[in-house]
Design a protein around this ligand. Structure first.
Ligand SMILES: *Cc1c(COP(=O)(O)O)cnc(C)c1O
Length: 382
C-alpha cells in the first residue's frame, strides 16, 4: 500500500505539487521542542520558502509560533515583512551598497558580513539619528561571509566607534556530518568571538545544527530544510514529516524491445523487452536532467503501484521515461499519476541519484505543476 497525501488532479494537470502545511507546522514545533527551553527556534524562509511559496509557508510558521525569520535578500525581506508585520526578519546576505534606507523602512535587520557593511550601516545610523538593530556575522570556518576572527577582535576593542550587534551569527560548514572535526572547531571559535559582544544573542545552528549536541543551539536557531521535510543530516532521525509530494501523469506506455534505445543521445539501451511509461515531467518542471538513467549510470526512481521504478534515458524538457516492467501492462495506464517524490519516495533519495541535495530539487520546482496546499487549519497556536 502507498501512503497517500497527494490530492486528486484535474484532467488538464500534467502534475501536482501537494504541500502539507499541517506537516510544516508540526515540523517547526518538533524543531522548537529540540531547542527549548533555552533557545528560540526561528525559520529560514529564503528562496520563496525553499520553493514552496513564502505566502503560504510564512503565515503557517507564524501560526505555529515562529517569531523570527531569515531571508537571503532585501526583496525577500520586503515580501516577508508584508506577511508578518511584527516578526523579526534578518537578511542573511547582509547590506547591499545603498540599501540601508530600504532595509530600515521595512524594519529588516541586515546580517552584517564585512567591515564595509558595518561601517555603512553605522554611517546610516549617524546620518538618520537612529540605531536600527543589526546582526553581526563572524566567520568560524565556512569562509563565505562574515568578519574574520582578527577583524572581530579589533572591532570589539574599538572604543572610538563602538558597535553593539543585537545578534551574532556564524554558519556551520559540516553540520550534516556530526562526526566532522570542523563542527567542534567552529563551536569553539564561535563561543570565543560571540563572547566579545556580551550584549548580543547568539545563533549558530541551521537544521543539521539543531540535530547536533544542544551546545550548538545557543539562543536562536535558524533551520530551513528540515522544516520542509528533507533529511537535515546523515542521521535518519533528522528527517521529519514529508511536506512536499510531487506527482506527474503517465502520457502513454509502450514496449521498448531488447537492444533498442530511449531518449535523446540514445544513452539507455534496453537489456530485455521493457515496458516503458512516459511521464509528463521534465527539467522545465524542476525535475533535474541529472536524474537521467543511462547504460553507465542508474537514474532516479519514481513510485507507482507500490514499486520503485527507475528513470531510463535522458530527462527531456517536458517528459521522462521510466521502466514500468515491474508493474506489468495491467499495472499502469495512460492518465495515472506517479509519485516523483513524496512519502513513498523521499526527496533525499531522488537528490542523491541526481548527484545533488534536496534543497536544489525543492527550489527548482516549476510553474507547470498545479500547487495544492493542504491547510494547517485547526493546528494553529502553540
Ligand atoms: C540557508 C541558511 C540556513 C538554513 O539552513 P538549512 O540547512 O536549510 O537548515 C541557516 N543559516 C544560513 C546562514 C543559511 O544561509
Amino acid at each position: 500500500m502507498s501512503k497517500g497525501t497527494a490530492a486528486t488532479p484535474a484532467p488538464g494537470d500534467n502534475g501536482t505539487i501537494t504541500i502539507d502545511l499541517a506537516a510544516l507546522a508540526r515540523n517547526w514545533r518538533a524543531l522548537a521542542a529540540r531547542t527549548a527551553p533555552n533557545g528560540e527556534c526561528g525559520a529560514a524562509v529564503k528562496a520563496d520558502g525553499y520553493g514552496l511559496g513564502l505566502d503560504k509557508v510564512l503565515p503557517t510558521l507564524l501560526d505555529a509560533g515562529c517569531r523570527t525569520f531569515f531571508v537571503a535578500t532585501p526583496h525577500e525581506g520586503e515580501a516577508a515583512r508584508a506577511l508578518a508585520p511584527d516578526a523579526v526578519i534578518y537578511v542573511l546576505n547582509g547590506l547591499y551598497p545603498g540599501s540601508a534606507g530600504f532595509l530600515a523602512a521595512n524594519r529588516l535587520r541586515p546580517v552584517l558580513g564585512s567591515l564595509d557593511e558595518l561601517r555603512e550601516w553605522q554611517a546610516f545610523g549617524e546620518a538618520t539619528g537612529t540605531q536600527p538593530p543589526a546582526a553581526l556575522h563572524v566567520d568560524t570556518g565556512i569562509s563565505r561571509l562574515g568578519l574574520s576572527a582578527d577583524e572581530a577582535r579589533t572591532l570589539a576593542g574599538d572604543t572610538k566607534a563602538p558597535f553593539a550587534p543585537e545578534l551574532v551569527i556564524s554558519h556551520l560548514a559540516c553540520a550534516d556530518t556530526p562526526a566532522h572535526a570542523l563542527n567542534a572547531r567552529q563551536h569553539a571559535r564561535f563561543t570565543e568571538l560571540a563572547g566579545l559582544f556580551p550584549g548580543a544573542r547568539r545563533s549558530l545552528a541551521n537544521s543539521a545544527g539543531v540535530f547536533l549536541d544542544p551546545a550548538f543551539h545557543f539562543e536562536l536557531s535558524r533551520p530551513g530544510i528540515a522544516l520542509y521535510g528533507a533529511r537535515a543530516a546523515e542521521t535518519p532521525h533528522s528527517r521529519l514529516e514529508t511536506v512536499v509530494t510531487l506527482q506527474a501523469r503517465v502520457l502513454q506506455t509502450h514496449v521498448l524491445r531488447a537492444g533498442e534505445t530511449i531518449g535523446y543521445g540514445a544513452s539507455y539501451t534496453a537489456k530485455q523487452d521493457t515496458l516503458v511509461a512516459m511521464i509528463a515531467a521534465g527539467y522545465a518542471d524542476g525535475y533535474l536532467r541529472a536524474t537521467s538513467g543511462s547504460d553507465s549510470k542508474a537514474g532516479a526512481e519514481v513510485h507507482a503501484g507500490g514499486k520503485r521504478l527507475p528513470v531510463i534515458g535522458r530527462v527531456s524538457m517536458d517528459m521522462l521515461g521510466i521502466d514500468a516492467s515491474a508493474l506489468g501492462a495491467d499495472g499502469i495506464a495512460r492518465g495515472d499519476m506517479v509519485e516523483l517524490f513524496g512519502p513513498n519516495m523521499p526527496v533525499d533519495d531522488v537528490a542523491e541519484r541526481a548527484g545533488t541535495i534536496p534543497y536544489e530539487l525543492l527550489t527548482s520546482l516549476g510553474a507547470r505543476f498545479r500547487r495544492i496546499y493542504r491547510p494547517a487549519s485547526g493546528e494553529a497556536g502553540g
